[in-house]
Design a protein around this ligand. Structure first.
Ligand code: UDP
Length: 322
């Protein structure tokens, strides 16, 4: 039976990827140090018997006895709030962690897939962003800790491919949302849903005219799975090109939840990209993939997850207060 190792497997995307590989008949070794991931995301998968969990910080070397067919490197703080809180860990997991996982892949002759990001384009001057665009990133800006770690990770991955002939894949992931995002991770979709469910004001940073393009998690995982199984070595954008301003997103979430929340304006964080939209021509051509879930449908699948979570969190807080 085939086996893959997934780093960051207790995180949002890593845990959905573990689901998918189990579904496809693989054994999965799930690695996470749980600094932003949660073991609850994979606790039901562990009952399966084909998933084993290792609590490990992959910025330190990891030795595995079993044979591996693939290493999918998804470990990293990934929301701006998290990587600004954990700047050194973010730089270490993107650099040392990527090096360690490439070394493991090489030792096992396993295909390596790097979870990269649209953040490699920084605050883009080209819109939408094709893979050939080199980006506009400030290495010493606040977001540089994430952007440069991922840019280094891409360079290291290509070096292992070119120098060692390792089979490598690089996915550039654009804003993705869905169940298992952390309610407190600070990203816009989780923030707005939780705020709207609680009737609190939705916090719009800046004037809310900045744009993002939101991809539902099942679509993202399908694209990543196809890329893993393809022959494409160069970086590949996987995202939904459907672009919204942050104000439009807030309105949609308020409408879907039927909330009477108001809007609160807060300052725009430093380095916040003005626009973002993937050019997915390559994914369409090479992987025959495109996102199929409209934002409204994806929100309908995501809101019930947060509703349950918020209700149990609020109930727990009430019990503690009594
Ligand atoms: N944002 C916002 N209110 C929030 C959280 C985020 O207006 O409560 C904005 C943020 O300034 C950015 C966009 O939403 O322009 C997306 O932010 P997110 O943190 O989800 O991820 P990013 O795409 O910046 O990595």
């Amino acid at each position: 039976m085939k086996r893959v190792l997934i780093t960051g497997a207790a995180g949002f995307l890593g845990s959905h990827l573990a689901d998918r590989f189990l579904l496809e008949g693989y054994n999965v070794i799930a690695v996470d140090n749980l600094i932003t991931g949660s073991s609850e995301n994979i606790s039901n998968l562990q009952e399966d018997g084909r998933l084993s969990f290792i609590n490990h910080d992959i910025s330190k070397p990891l030795y595995i006895e079993e044979e591996l067919d693939g290493v999918l490197h998804f470990a990293s703080p990934a929301s701006p709030v998290d990587y600004l809180d954990l700047p050194i860990q973010t730089l270490k997991v993107g650099s040392l962690g990527t090096h360690n996982m490439l070394g493991l892949s090489l030792a096992k002759s396993a295909r390596f897939l790097l979870a990269s990001t649209s953040e490699v384009y920084g605050d883009p001057e080209v819109h939408p962003q094709p893979e050939g665009y080199c980006g506009q990133v400030d290495p010493v800006g606040l977001r540089g800790v994430y952007d440069e770690a991922k840019r280094f990770a891409e360079a290291m991955t290509m070096a292992y491919h070119r120098y060692h002939g390792l089979e490598t894949r690089i996915v550039r992931i654009f804003n993705t949302y869905g169940p298992r995002m952390r309610p407190e991770d600070g990203r816009v979709v989780s923030n707005f849903i939780v705020q709207a469910l609680r009737g609190e004001p939705l916090t719009i940073y800046g004037d809310g005219s900045q744009t993002r393009s939101f991809c539902y998690v099942d679509d993202e995982i399908e694209g990543i799975f196809r890329l893993f199984n393809s022959n494409r070595t160069e970086p590949t954008n996987i995202g939904n090109p459907d672009e919204y301003t942050i104000v439009e997103l807030a309105d949609l979430i308020i409408e879907e939840i039927g909330s009477d929340s108001e809007i609160e304006s807060l300052p725009l964080p430093e380095g916040d990209p003005n626009v973002r939209q993937p050019d997915i021509s390559v994914a369409m051509e090479v992987l025959d993939w495109e996102a199929i879930t409209p934002l409204r449908d994806g929100l309908k699948k995501t809101i019930p997850y947060f509703k349950n979570l918020v209700e149990s969190m609020d109930a727990r807080a009430r019990t503690l207060a009594d």
